[in-house]
Design a protein around this ligand. Structure first.
Ligand SMILES: [Zn+2]
Length: 150
């Protein structure tokens, strides 16, 4: 099924219209958002995205300037476009990563807390060891006095 029709989606910017249509031969073979650092690799291109930005004219304020940017995107990146992800809104990778981290942490909460406490202590002790001994001893004495008061 081939479609020439453009569909509009929410944009991250008020001055920008985001339009999407199905990919067709001639649009390009690689996702425009492909980067070597991406956490999710791009698949085959599925859509053409057209971003139309209208701004107040530089030459004449009454004549708006229109800038059209076309990008070829894979299904992962078209999902971000549909979400309206842009400068202010995070993409689906960031959201998924946060949710995955929280789900795993919740399932292994005690293990995480223990590991966290161990690492905090190791780092703190590592830096305190760099202090001159007299100062370190003074800190320890103050700390033990305060702990007895509580
Ligand atoms: Zn992509």
């Amino acid at each position: 099924m081939e479609s020439q029709e453009w569909f509009e989606f929410p944009s991250d910017r008020r001055d920008t219209e985001t339009l999407v249509r199905a990919w067709k031969p001639g649009d390009g073979m690689t996702c425009s958002h492909r980067t070597s650092r991406a956490k999710v690799s791009c698949g085959a291109p599925v859509a053409l995205v057209k971003r139309v930005t209208t701004s107040i004219g530089y030459r004449s304020p009454r004549i708006p300037e229109v800038e059209v940017r076309r990008t070829v995107v894979c299904s992962h990146h078209v999902a971000n476009v549909i979400k309206g992800a842009g400068y202010a809104i995070t993409g689906i990778t960031t959201d998924a990563e946060k949710e995955a981290r929280e789900a795993v942490l919740a399932a292994h909460w005690e293990e995480y807390q223990k590991e966290f406490a161990t690492r905090v202590k190791a780092k703190r002790d590592g830096y305190l060891e760099k202090l001159p001994e007299s100062l370190r001893v003074a800190f320890e004495e103050i700390e033990s006095t305060k702990n007895e008061e509580q």
